[in-house]
Design a protein. Structure first.
Length: 265
């Protein structure tokens, strides 16, 4: 028997670069989930090779099959062939559910992520300390969203360094339904401190229309991040009827219908 799977059109963005050819993007991402829908929003600012004089627009929300993802953290170390893009593509080739694909991703990424971080620490210890050996020691966060069996589902995976020599990780997991409260559940990635503080201190935003809330929160991050994140803001809505852009720039491709392919045994 051969099994069916959805082809994967994936997105990745880089927060760290060791090569001038890399795209570097600090980011602010907000996802809100209710029982009826999921909205994901992200800023757009990116640079080439970390050069702040070479600004580009980056689409930080992309489709893979019937699901969508975004992430923050270490995305690419060319010298060790670590690429979140390649690893996620391989992980998502097969599997009946999004959770099965995510489980494969966790298995495939751990060793390459460790190798990439080892390299960063060896060649640029100051950069490693500043970017990764921080208070929470989170080096990669990834969010996935889809609708399965008529239920909007969202999964968050955070890879946190648990030891430095060798570099190992604890994987913190959130899912909704699962670990979330009833009603709205809100997830912040990347440059998030200002957004979280604003959300806690402004009860009115907790009752606002979802796209308005996301747009407001990301603008808060932009206003508090110096020059690390920036406009425009892309927002995607996912419901049982499909996914549509609420707002997006030309660099974000239109949502595609599922393309069914064969997964060999």
């Amino acid at each position: 028997m051969r099994r069916r799977y959805w082809s994967c059109t994936l997105f990745f963005f880089l927060v760290v670069s060791l090569s001038s050819k890399n795209t570097v993007a600090q980011t602010s991402i907000v996802a809100i989930r209710t029982a009826q829908e999921i909205l994901i929003g992200a800023d757009s600012k990116g640079t080439i090779g970390g050069n702040k004089n070479k600004i580009i627009n980056v689409c930080k929300i992309r489709q893979f099959g019937g699901s969508f993802c975004a992430f923050s953290g270490l995305g690419d170390v060319p010298e060790t062939h670590f690429k979140v893009w390649n690893i996620t593509t391989n992980a998502f080739r097969c599997g009946n559910t999004l959770l099965e694909k995510i489980n494969a991703f966790e298995t495939l990424i751990t060793a390459p992520l460790s190798e990439g971080l080892h390299y960063v620490r060896e060649v640029n210890p100051a950069h490693f300390k500043r970017s990764f050996d921080t208070a929470d020691k989170v080096v990669l966060e990834m969010i996935f969203a889809t609708v399965e069996d008529g239920i909007p589902k969202i999964f968050l995976r955070s890879f946190q360094m648990s030891s430095a020599d060798p570099i190992t990780f604890n994987i913190h997991k959130k899912s909704c339904p699962g670990t979330c409260p009833t009603g709205r559940s809100v997830y912040f990635l990347g440059q998030k401190e200002a957004m979280m503080k604003y959300y806690d201190e402004h009860p009115e935003i907790q009752k606002a229309r979802l796209d308005v809330a996301i747009d407001t929160l990301i603008r808060v991050a932009i206003n508090n991040s110096g020059d690390e994140v920036g406009l425009p803001i892309d927002i995607l809505r996912i419901t049982v009827d499909g996914a549509t852009w609420v707002q997006h720039k030309k660099e974000c491709p239109e949502v595609q219908k599922h393309i069914q392919q064969w997964c060999p045994e």
